[in-house]
Design a protein around this ligand. Structure first.
Ligand code: AHN
Ligand code: ZN
Length: 336
């Protein structure tokens, strides 16, 4: 897709000025082409089949709950994939205490493109999966770990496909792809003790207090969470609106211009405690959350498979991956 950036006006002015200057015709044409190159940007085509395969690969490790074998193996896979796509990879390992005192061996995995550039965009997704299907309609499943095809693997799969695209054609800004750990270990619904928001998003809290690079900053951040559900609808989330209203506006505009208005609803939805909240509060990087808001689902506002044993590959729809992935590409390639 060829995006005309700002100034048809500028181009018109240039052509008019050129017409009155005394260069050769050929020069004029070359100069116009030069200028056109500066005001147009070619945005790559997001490949939803490729993203789907990255989701499948993660699900094939089984549940990726912290302190499990599947978690360790999947972490190595993600770091290797980012490196394969040309990113500079940094892993942060930390032992983070969970709500019940369990020490989680957590790993945030960061892949950086143009690491030397000061102009940056941060893209986030959590890669761990929940140890309990505590929202399953069948109580027998409440202690079963979920596969997290949507809740975990989908955001990561979209970002791995974006990494693959960046490796083929670099956008102007430096991009950091940040896979956060231990997002989904918040106290289960069946836990009778205290429930607090800071029991969630442990990897994000760690990263926001201790970024992978000293003094790290980014122009803005985008968090992807559960971006693969069939017929998902994404509303502007309340904390995102509070901390990064302009980024919400930019993203929803790009989505609608690209033809994904049936997924990106231009209205404010719910308020969600998610990784972006801590990134906004603790790191001060204006960061939005792209997360579903399903008003018609009685089981969960995040869609029918949220924290159930049905969060498997059947829950993933390529059209939703395409809508989200293409939108994020439109945003990052149009940043100057
Ligand atoms: C709460 O349920 C408090 N926040 C949702 C964050 C989340 C869980 N994202 C994925 N799983
Ligand atoms: Zn979850």
């Amino acid at each position: 897709i060829i995006m005309k950036r700002n100034s048809m006006l500028l181009l018109t002015t240039f052509i008019l000025l050129s017409a009155f200057s005394c260069g050769t015709n050929n020069n004029k044409i070359n100069s116009v082409q030069e200028l056109e190159k500066n005001i147009t940007v070619k945005v790559p085509q997001f490949d939803a089949d490729s993203a789907y395969k990255y989701i499948q690969a993660q699900v094939d490790f089984g549940p990726r709950t912290p302190n499990s074998k599947g978690h360790v193996a999947c972490g190595d896979y993600l770091a290797a994939k980012l490196a394969e796509h040309g990113a500079k990879v940094i892993s942060q390992n930390a032992e983070l205490p969970a709500y019940d005192g369990t020490l989680l061996k957590a790993r945030n995995i960061i892949g950086s493109f143009k690491p030397e550039s000061k102009k940056r965009i941060a893209l986030f997704a959590h890669w761990d999966t929940r140890p309990w299907a505590d929202n399953d309609p069948n109580e027998k499943n409440h202690h079963t770990p979920i596969l997290g095809a949507n809740d975990g693997a989908s955001g990561v799969g979209v970002l791995l496909e974006i990494a693959r695209q960046i490796n083929q054609q670099q956008p102007e800004l430096g991009i950091d792809i940040i896979f956060l750990d231990a997002e989904d270990y918040g106290a289960p619904q069946f836990y009778t003790g205290e429930h607090r928001e800071d029991q969630w998003c442990l990897g994000a809290q760690y990263w926001a207090r201790t970024p992978h690079v000293d003094g790290y900053n980014a122009r803005f951040g985008i968090l992807l969470d559960m971006v693969g559900g069939k017929d998902a609808t994404f509303f502007k989330e309340v904390y995102s609106e509070k901390y990064a209203k302009g980024i919400n506006k930019k993203v929803w505009k790009k989505a609608n211009d690209a033809g994904y208005g049936r997924y990106f609803i231009n209205e404010v939805g719910g308020q969600i405690t998610d990784d972006h909240l801590f990134i906004n509060r603790l790191a001060g990087i204006p960061t939005i959350d792209i997360i579903p808001n399903d008003e018609n689902c009685e089981l969960s506002s995040f869609g029918p498979t949220w924290h159930t044993v049905n969060d498997n590959m059947d829950a993933i729809d390529r059209s939703t991956l395409k809508a989200v992935g293409q939108t994020v590409l439109e945003v990052i390639y149009n940043e100057k």
